[in-house]
Design a protein around this ligand. Structure first.
Ligand code: PGD
Length: 768
C-alpha cells in the first residue's frame, strides 16, 4: 500500500497525519500541536519489525498435552498454525471452561492501555466478547496508575474524574497560580500521553507562561527533571516515600503559627479537630513539627518552616503526582496533600487549591469536550467476582484465599483461563518472577499481540493483532477538541487481524456471532459510534457532517465546555447547596467510614506510617521505577525513539556521580541491579539530576530473561519490575506499589549476554 496523500491518524501520544512513501511511513504531527511528542517516531519502524507476530502460534506443550498448569510457559517452543485451526482449538477450549467451570473461571481483566481508537480498543473488545459470548468474566477494578487514589479520593472529596480531570486547568495555572508546590513534579513525559488521543500538548507552554508571570514552581521529589526547564523550578530533593511527613510538618507549621484558614476549615471540611490533634501529637505524644520531619525527609527543619510560610498569602496550588501513591501506604500523601491545601484555604479558587495528578496525563488540567464521544458498548457481565487490578498474581497463586479491600473481605476466584488483549503484564506487574509462577498455574493463557512481548512468549495461544496504523478507527478523547478519522496507513503485517475480526470468528464458533457483532462490520461500527457526536453537534448548530464527510476530512472540531472550576469551585461558593458526595458533604480531613474499617495500614485520618520497603545493608539504594520518556509504557520499545535512548542496547539507569564513584561505576558501564527478588542489567548514566542514595530505571524495557529455565533469571535488558514488590498499598485500596523499592547496584564484569527481547522465539515449528 503506497499513498502520496497525507491521511489523518491518531495515537495516545499525539494526532498526526502520515503517508506511505518509497522509504516507508512519513509522519507529521497535528498542525495545531505546539509541542509534539517524540514518541511519534516510534511508529514507522514498528510496521515491519522482526518483533512482530506474523501468524497464529500455539505453545507446543499445550498443543501436545492439552490445557493445564505448566512451568514451561515462557520457555517452550511454539507451533505455527493456520488461523482456522488455531481458532477451532481456542473456541473448543473456551467452551470447555465455560461448560465445566462457568465464566467465573475466566479472568478477562486484561488490564492495559491498548491503542487509541474508540472502536478497536482491545480491552473493550475482549470485555464485549466475554460478556456477549461466554456470559461474563472475572474483571479487575481500578488501575496501575491510580490504584490508591482511585479508592480514597471518592471517600474524602470526589471522584478521580472530578479531582484529577475537571479541576484546575492549565489556563488557570498560566493566569492565576502564584506558587505551585508539586509533590512528585509534573513531568512532561507523562502529560505527553492521553488515552484516546491528544492534538495539542499545552503543558510546557502553560508552565512557561506562569513562570514568566512570576509563579514559583517547586518540585518535591528525588528527580530534578520531574518539572521542565520552562517552569524554572526550585528542586527540593526528598527521600522517596516520605512526602507525607513533609506535608504534615508544613501543616504543623501553619497551625503553630496560625497561618491556616480556620474559616475555610470550619465551613468546608469535616474532621479538622481529629487532624489537628494528630498534628499536635495529642494521642501519640509526637507533634509532627519540622524537627520531627527533618530526619525522615532529609530536608532541613528551617527550610520546611520557611516553605510553609511561603505558601500563605498568595494563590497556592498543591499537586500530588500519581507516583506518590504507587508506593506503600500510597493513600496517605493523596489525603494529606488535600488536607494541606484545605488548611491553606484556596481550594476552588482559580489556579489554587488542590489538584490531584495535574500533569499525570494529557487529560488533566483540560476543559471537557461538550459533546459525547461514543465508546464500544461492552455488554453486561453476569459474573460478580473481581479483583483490585494489581492483585492478579495473588489471585492465581492463592485461589479461595481471603483478602481485604475497601472495607470488605473477599475470596480470590479459581481461574482456569486468562485472556489478554491490549496489555502487557510482563511490563506492568511487579515481582515478575512471582508473576511467572502465577501464570504457570492456569490451564490456558490466551494473548492477542502485535509483537513478541514477554506476555506473548508466556502464552499458550498467541493470535497476531494489527497495529492501529493497519486499520480504520475514530480517535477522540473527552478532553481533546478534535475527532480524528483514523485512516488506514498500511496493510496488516503477515497474517495479523484486528481484535474485532478475531473475536467475531471465535463468536461464530461458539454460536454467538450476532450477539458480538450486531451484524455490523468495522465501517458499520464506525458509522454507529460517530452518530451521537454528530447529533449533538447538529443540536448545537455546529458543523456536523455526515459520516462520509467526517471520514474524508482532516478531523472534526469539537466544542469545549467552559472552564468553570468543576465541583470544587461550586462547593467553595455554596458548600451547603453544592455539597460533595462524601458522607459529610464536605472535604473529609478525617473519615469515620475509613476509621470504621479498622485498618492499621490506612487509619481514619492522614498519617505518617513508616514504609517497610526501605534501603538496608543488602540493598542500600532507593530505586525509582517510573514511567519512561521514550515510549508509552512498553509499547513500541523497538521503535526509533526508544532505541535511541538505550545505551549499549540496554535501558539507561541514572545514578548520582557520588554513588557511582563509591561503587567504581563509570558512565556507560553495564551494571547489575539486584535485591532479594531478582536482578537486571542496565547501562549507567551518571547524573546529578538524581539525588544521592537513589537510582532511576524507568519501566518499559521488555523483560528478557537470560535463562528462562531458572527460578529468578537475570533480565539482561533492564526491566525494573523484576526488582519491585508485589504488595498492595494498603487494605483499603490494594493498589500497585511498583514505583519504589530498595536495590544494590554493581558494575557488571561477566560476559555480556545479548539482548534477545525483540527476536521472535525460536524455534517456531510448522504444524504437522
Ligand atoms: P503497555 O506497554 O501500554 O502497558 O501497563 P500496560 O499493560 O498498559 O501495554 C499495552 C500492550 O497492548 C502492548 O504490549 C501493546 O502491543 C498492546 N496493544 C496495543 N494496541 C493493541 C491492540 O489494538 N490489540 C492488541 N491485541 N494489543 C494491543 C501500563 C501500566 O504499568 C501503567 S498504566 C502504570 S501507571 C504502571 N506504572 C508502573 C510504574 O510506574 N512502575 C512500575 N514498576 N510498574 C508500573 N506498571 C504499570
Amino acid at each position: 500500500m503506497t499513498t502520496t496523500a497525507w491521511l489523518p491518524h491518531s495515537s495516545h501520544w499525539g494526532a498526526f497525519s502520515a503517508r506511505m512513501g518509497a522509504a516507508g511511513l512519513e509522519l507529521r504531527p497535528h498542525p495545531a500541536d505546539p509541542d509534539p511528542s517524540a514518541l511519534l517516531h516510534n511508529m514507522p519502524t514498528a510496521l515491519n519489525h522482526r518483533a512482530r507476530v506474523a501468524q497464529p502460534m500455539v505453545r507446543r506443550g499445550w498443543l501436545e498435552r492439552g490445557p493445564g498448569p505448566d512451568a514451561r510457559r515462557g520457555r517452550d517452543e511454539f507451533v505455527a498454525l493456520p488461523w482456522d485451526r488455531a481458532l477451532d482449538l481456542l473456541g473448543a477450549e473456551l467452551a470447555r471452561v465455560r461448560d465445566q467451570h462457568g465464566p467465573g473461571a475466566v479472568f478477562g481483566g486484561s488490564y492495559g492501555w491498548s491503542s487509541a481508537g474508540r472502536f478497536h480498543h482491545a480491552q473493550s473488545q475482549v470485555h464485549r466478547f466475554l460478556n456477549t459470548v461466554l456470559g461474563g468474566y472475572v474483571r479487575s477494578v481500578n488501575s496501575y496508575s491510580a490504584g490508591a487514589s482511585g479508592v480514597i479520593l471518592p471517600r474524602i472529596v470526589g471522584t478521580m474524574e472530578d479531582v484529577a480531570r475537571r479541576n484546575v486547568t492549565w489556563e488557570a495555572v498560566a493566569q492565576h497560580s502564584e506558587i505551585v508546590l508539586a509533590f512528585g513534579g509534573m513531568a512532561l513525559k507523562n502529560s505527553a500521553v492521553a488515552s484516546g488521543g491528544i492534538s495539542r500538548h499545552v503543558e510546557r507552554g502553560a508552565m512557561d507562561q506562569a513562570a514568566r508571570r512570576g509563579c514559583q514552581f517547586i518540585c518535591i521529589g528525588p528527580l530534578r527533571d520531574d518539572l521542565p526547564e520552562e517552569a524554572r523550578a526550585e528542586w527540593w530533593p526528598i527521600r522517596p516515600n516520605t512526602d507525607t511527613a513533609l506535608m504534615l510538618a508544613l501543616a504543623h507549621t501553619l497551625l503553630a503559627e496560625s497561618l491556616h484558614d480556620e474559616a475555610f476549615l470550619a465551613t468546608h471540611t469535616a474532621g479538622w479537630p481529629v487532624l489537628r490533634g494528630y498534628l499536635l501529637g495529642e494521642a501519640d505524644g509526637q507533634p509532627k513539627h519540622a524537627e520531627w520531619a527533618a530526619p525522615i525527609t532529609g530536608i532541613d527543619a528551617t527550610r520546611i518552616r520557611d516553605l510553609a510560610r511561603r505558601l500563605t498569602g498568595r494563590r497556592s496550588l498543591i499537586t500530588v503526582a500519581h507516583s506518590l501513591q504507587r508506593a506503600e501506604f500510597g493513600e496517605q500523601p493523596v489525603w494529606m496533600g488535600l488536607a494541606l491545601a484545605a488548611m491553606l484555604g484556596q481550594i476552588g479558587l482559580p489556579g489554587g487549591g488542590y489538584h490531584y495528578a495535574l500533569g499525570a496525563l494529557g487529560h488533566t488540567g483540560r476543559r471537557s469536550v461538550a459533546v459525547p464521544i461514543a465508546a464500544l458498548p461492552q455488554g453486561s457481565n453476569a459474573v460478580r467476582a473481581f479483583i483490585p487490578v494489581a492483585r492478579i498474581a495473588d489471585m492465581l497463586l492463592h485461589p479461595a484465599e481471603g483478602y481485604d479491600y475497601d472495607g470488605r473481605s473477599y475470596a480470590y476466584p479459581d481461574i482456569r483461563t486468562v485472556y489478554w488483549a491490549g496489555g502487557n503484564p510482563f511490563h506492568h506487574h511487579q515481582d515478575l518472577n512471582r508473576l511467572r509462577r502465577a501464570f504457570a498455574r492456569v490451564d490456558t493463557l490466551v494473548v492477542h499481540e502485535s509483537a513478541w512481548t514477554a506476555t506473548a512468549r508466556h502464552a499458550d495461544i498467541v493470535l497476531p493483532a494489527t497495529l492501529t496504523m493497519e486499520r480504520e478507527d475514530i480517535g477522540g478523547a473527552p478532553t481533546d477538541p478534535v475527532l480524528i478519522p483514523m485512516r488506514r496507513l498500511a496493510e496488516p503485517f503477515g497474517q495479523a487481524r484486528d481484535d474485532f475480526a478475531i473475536f467475531a470468528a471465535l463468536a461464530a464458533r461458539l454460536g454467538r456471532e450476532h450477539a458480538f457483532t450486531e451484524s455490523r462490520d468495522v465501517r458499520g461500527w464506525l458509522r454507529h459510534l460517530y452518530e451521537p457526536t454528530r447529533a449533538a453537534l447538529a443540536e448545537r448548530g455546529l458543523p456536523a457532517p455526515d459520516f462520509d464527510g467526517f471520514w474524508n476530512g482532516p478531523g472534526l472540531d469539537l466544542p469545549f465546555a467552559p472552564d468553570d472550576g468543576g465541583i470544587l469551585r461550586r462547593f467553595r461558593d455554596d458548600p451547603a447547596g453544592q455539597a460533595l458526595h462524601t458522607p459529610s458533604g464536605r472535604i473529609e480531613l478525617a473519615s469515620e467510614v475509613i476509621a470504621g474499617f479498622g485498618y492499621a495500614d490506612c487509619p481514619g485520618h492522614p498519617a505518617w506510617i513508616a514504609p517497610r520497603d526501605v534501603p538496608h545493608a543488602a540493598a542500600p539504594l532507593h530505586l525509582v521505577a517510573n514511567q519512561p520518556a521514550t515510549r508509552l509504557h512498553s509499547q513500541l520499545d523497538f521503535g526509533a525513539t526508544s532505541q535511541a535512548a538505550k545505551r549499549r542496547g540496554r535501558e539507561a539507569m541514572r545514578i548520582h556521580p557520588d554513588d557511582a564513584a563509591a561503587r567504581g561505576i563509570a558512565d556507560r558501564d553495564v551494571v547489575r541491579l539486584f535485591n532479594a527478588r531478582g536482578a537486571c542489567l542496565a547501562t549507567a548514566t551518571l547524573s546529578d539530576a538524581v539525588m544521592q542514595g537513589v537510582v532511576h530505571l524507568p519501566t518499559g524495557a521488555w523483560y528478557d530473561p537470560e535463562d528462562p529455565a531458572q527460578d529468578a533469571p537475570l533480565c539482561v535488558h533492564g526491566n525494573p519490575n523484576v526488582l519491585t514488590r508485589d504488595v498492595g498499598t494498603s487494605s483499603l485500596a490494594q493498589g500497585c506499589t511498583g514505583q519504589l523499592t530498595a536495590v544494590e547496584v554493581e558494575r557488571f564484569t561477566g560476559n555480556l549476554p545479548p539482548v534477545r527481547a525483540f527476536d521472535p522465539p525460536l524455534p517456531i515449528l510448522a504444524a504437522v
